[in-house]
Design a protein around this ligand. Structure first.
Ligand code: FES
Length: 133
């Protein structure tokens, strides 16, 4: 759930993860969503042309911040361009013309709320660090 808390029982199980209301999440084209599994599992939620998409937030090439990329449509295909080396990724399939594959996730809307199918709890806020003793 989008509360920032971590439910240990739902780690590593692919479940529908509630992110929040459509009205709120549709206000930004790209939004970083935090994963309880950490930095490399964060998700980029994209809202464009009335539809939500979700893909890994770190580029499959060298970890660039996909959420800061430009989104363009060419030949009817929506693509995000990674800001680091400008590789293209189809936001629906995650495929790049370079041959790389960005992980994408299913998104659904239920009762005006956005869900992403993911293996870890997701949150719009960073998860608290594990306390060190
Ligand atoms: S890190 Fe994304 S294109 Fe290189």
């Amino acid at each position: 759930m989008a509360s920032g808390s971590v439910d240990e029982n739902t780690h590593n199980t692919v479940l529908w993860r509630l992110l929040g209301p459509v009205t709120e999440l549709s206000k930004k084209q790209c939004r970083l969503v935090y994963s309880a599994l950490g930095f490399n599992s964060d998700v980029c939620l994209i809202f464009i042309k009335g539809e939500f998409f979700a893909m890994d937030a770190r580029c499959a090439h060298a970890g660039g911040p996909i959420c800061q990329g430009d989104i363009e449509e060419a030949d009817g295909i929506l693509q995000v361009f990674c800001p680091w080396h400008d590789y293209d990724f189809n936001i629906r399939t995650g495929k790049s013309q370079t041959g790389l594959q960005q992980e994408v996730y299913e998104v659904k809307i239920e009762e005006e709320r956005v869900y992403v199918k993911h293996a870890s709890p997701l949150s719009l806020l960073p998860f608290p660090q594990n306390p060190k003793s």
